[in-house]
Write a protein that binds this ligand. Structure first.
Ligand code: ADP
Ligand code: MG
Length: 711
């Protein structure tokens, strides 16, 4: 048994539990150990009953509190109505007595034996003249064994509890013993970074706050180090046999475009054209805020390739987006005398085969090929690929970038980033890629009015949706889940509330699901035409709903984040985001970017009932700022670089959501990680020295572990 064994090797993990783990993206012991707590509770500070009662009387309400109590009466259960069982008992300490109640956990009757002592943790209340604990978390106190002061809170899914995950993690840590270190000792020492064994143990079960801090620092450093090493080793491979494009006159496509380029677009186009005229492979990233017009620049790059007789592949993360690019670019390129085709995973096998034969040089050999990651499969062989463009890069990450690199062999590459990356992190993110920036929006854009509202605005919000429709405009509604019963952990794209010592949330609050939302809205607004779309629908259904919305046969489109990337419907003027606190800021920014694309004033309404201070601050940022780069900087301040990377883009890691360390120490941390990684790759570009075997393995896993997080 080793760290890559499946979780089912753990004691007590049967088929059902293994499935639940899989839902969280946990397959191996390695994954389990990297399923980091999303928050921690400080249960070490224990109060007495008397102190607690006094505090409640003084302040009215109390934060979650730890109490160490002895069970004083036998627990009794009673059914108060169908489906509702109460388990009640009294417990005491030297200062007084309180009452403890659990709902629908009848089996606990046998846990709380008279005379045994437990640590309880919950938000206590004072009613009926005594202190009450409702469904507190508990651990038994065993003489001679110290309870953890800091308790992890994990992202959950159905079939797994906090206690179960913690127990299995503990078991896994015990079984695998010393976890092999992948960072070179030298690097650990030079940067005062903790070992992997220590960090894993303390990220789950911190000995104290200092140990937790050291553990988090280690993982932040680790992540940035590995990403930088991966990018550095990738760019070290940049090749000198790319096709040098002789004809760099792209004025024909400029005349065919329906608008004049912005200054920034023109600059980016000329940088790209200069790169492509050389034999040295272009590795360029095109950065630009949402709506800055990256597609037009991509089209120019594609034109340079095809007009020199080389194919161009344009790869995008969703079928919806592929189809949209195809319908925009195909007429443009056909007008210019080039052939265009669309390759997605949902083509019929026979169609796919025919298209693949054409791409490889068949009779209808296309010049521009647009597709999803289906383009990356081994079966696709290009006749003469000159350029690969990847759009909306943030959903791919470094791993697919590397896979593309293999495919491209000698082709030039252009990556379009949808996520504005804070300036301070760009070094890590871009590695040695050359960079073009679209720092100018096309003329005439109106600012999207952004507001945060809570449930009490529901009726007014529906009225506003109706008004948009009556004025001939369209509305998007984005929900975090597909079905209401889903836990948010069902959707790996969702980002948790980030709160360091957060309050106890054993049950995730109800999430809005796109399906039920749409049917409810239909009842409430019967005159409107409402449709829904999500990642689990068949492609044909998705396409037809999307085109209904794009072509005006629907007034409202309810969806998951599947519409986050790229879609362009200029008539849409209202974006409603439900459970807005559940989304990352850059994600909200992308969603908001779906409106405000036409002439009419547009709005973005963030619906959230969150009371969490950090979440409120994040929504506030959205209301006040419209520049994606500024938003990203603020996001970074709130979340810290490790988390920013985990959820914002490059590599997704399970459940990792840690509060920021301080900004200054962050900056030093990632700069050190980047330079250490670069130095290492300089000294051993292929990581072939025996000392680097583990590191090479981890980076390899990172690069090829294609987690399909695209819904
Ligand atoms: P993104 O950078 O988010 O991919 P798009 O390429 O989808 O942005 O462009 C957003 C919108 O702006 C599209 O409707 C496009 O036609 C329009 N657009 C792009 N460039 C210009 C320009 N120079 N002048 C006017 N409109 C433009
Ligand atoms: Mg785009």
């Amino acid at each position: 048994m080793d760290i890559f064994s499946p979780v089912s090797v753990l004691r007590g993990v049967g088929e059902a539990k293994a499935k639940a783990f899989n839902k969280l993206g946990i397959f191996s012991i390695y994954d389990l150990l990297h399923h980091f707590p999303k928050a921690y509770q400080h249960r070490g500070a224990v109060s007495t009953i008397a102190e607690t009662v006094m505090k409640i009387k003084q302040t009215g309400e109390l934060a979650p509190t730890s109490l160490v109590l002895t069970v004083g009466t036998d627990a009794v259960t009673k059914m108060i109505r169908r489906g509702m069982v109460l388990t009640k008992f009294k417990a005491y300490d030297e200062s007084g007595v309180c009452e403890i109640t659990y709902f629908n956990q009848g089996y606990l009757k046998d846990t709380f034996k008279k005379g045994s002592t437990f640590r309880f943790w919950c938000r206590p209340t004072y009613e009926y003249g005594h202190l009450n604990l409702n469904s507190p978390a508990y651990e038994m106190c065993i003489p001679g064994r110290k309870l953890d002061e800091i308790v992890p809170v994990y992202p959950l899914t159905k079939g797994l509890t906090q206690k179960a995950i913690a127990a299995h993690v503990r078991d896994a840590l015990r079984i695998v013993g010393n976890i092999p270190e992948h960072l070179p000792t030298r690097v650990l020492i030079d940067n005062n970074v903790a070992s992997l064994s220590y960090a894993l143990k303390n990220i789950h079960f911190p000995e104290n706050l200092e140990a937790l801090y050291k553990a988090r620092k280690r993982f932040d450093f680790d992540r940035i180090f590995c990403i930088s090493a991966a990018l550095a080793s990738n760019t070290a491979k940049r090749n000198e046999n790319a096709p040098a494009m002789k004809n760099t006159d792209y004025s024909p496509i400029l005349s065919a475009l329906p608008f004049t380029l912005t200054g920034a677009q023109a600059r980016a186009a000329s940088e790209i054209s200069a790169d492509m005229s050389k034999k040295r492979q272009m590795c360029r990233i095109l950065c630009g805020d949402v709506g800055s017009g990256k597609t037009a620049v991509a089209a120019i790059a594609a034109y340079i390739s095809v007009s020199n007789g080389y194919q161009c592949a344009l790869m995008v993360p969703t079928e919806i987006l592929a189809k949209q690019h195809y319908s925009e670019l195909c007429p443009l390129f056909e007008k210019l005398g080039f052939r265009c085709s669309l390759l997605t995973g949902s083509l019929k096998a026979s169609e796919k085969k025919k298209l693949q034969a054409d791409i490889a040089g068949g009779e209808n050999c296309p010049d521009l090929i647009i597709g999803t990651h289906a383009l990356l499969t081994d079966k696709v062989i290009f006749k003469n690929l000159g350029l690969i463009i990847t759009d909306e890069q943030h959903r791919f990450g470094a791993n697919q970038r590397a896979a593309l690199g293999e495919k491209s062999e000698n082709a030039h590459t252009l990556v379009m980033s949808a996520t504005p990356i804070p300036r301070t992190l760009s070094l890590v993110y871009y590695g040695d890629l050359d960079r073009s920036v679209l720092d100018e929006l096309p003329p005439g854009r109106l600012k999207v009015g952004t507001f945060t509202v809570d449930e009490s605005y529901r009726a007014r919000l529906n009225g506003f949706i109706k008004k948009q429709a009556e004025e001939g405009h369209r509305t998007y509604v984005v929900c975090p889940a597909i079905e209401e019963s889903e836990s948010m952990a069902d959707d790996p794209d969702n980002i948790y509330d980030i709160d360091f010592m957060c309050e106890f949330t054993e049950n995730e609050p109800q999430l809005k699901g796109a399906v039920e939302y749409a049917s409810k809205l239909k009842e409430q607004l019967p005159t409107l035409r409402i449709g829904f779309v999500h990642g689990k629908l068949k492609t044909a259904e998705k396409d037809s709903v999307m085109s209904d919305f794009a072509e005006g046969r629907l007034d409202v489109l309810v969806s998951t984040t599947v519409i986050e990337v790229g879609v362009n419907v200029p008539e849409a003027t209202l974006m409603v985001v439900e459970n807005a606190e559940r989304f990352g800021l850059s994600q909200l920014h992308q969603l908001r970017g779906r409106v405000g694309r036409g002439k009419a004033k547009s709005y973005c309404i963030l619906v959230s009932d969150t009371k969490n201070e950090t979440s409120r601050q994040r929504l506030e940022i959205m209301c006040n700022l419209s520049d994606g780069y500024l938003i990203a900087e603020e996001d970074l301040k709130l979340r810290g670089p490790g988390d920013f990377f985990a959820n914002g883009g490059i590599i997704r890691q399970h459940g990792a959501a840690l509060a920021p360390i301080t900004e200054e120490s962050d900056k030093e941390l990632y700069e050190n990680a980047v330079s250490a990684a670069k130095a290492l790759i300089d000294s051993d570009p292929t990581l072939s020295s025996s000392e680097h075997t583990n590191l090479a393995k981890i980076i390899q896993k990172m690069l090829i572990g294609t987690e399909n997080t695209i819904n």
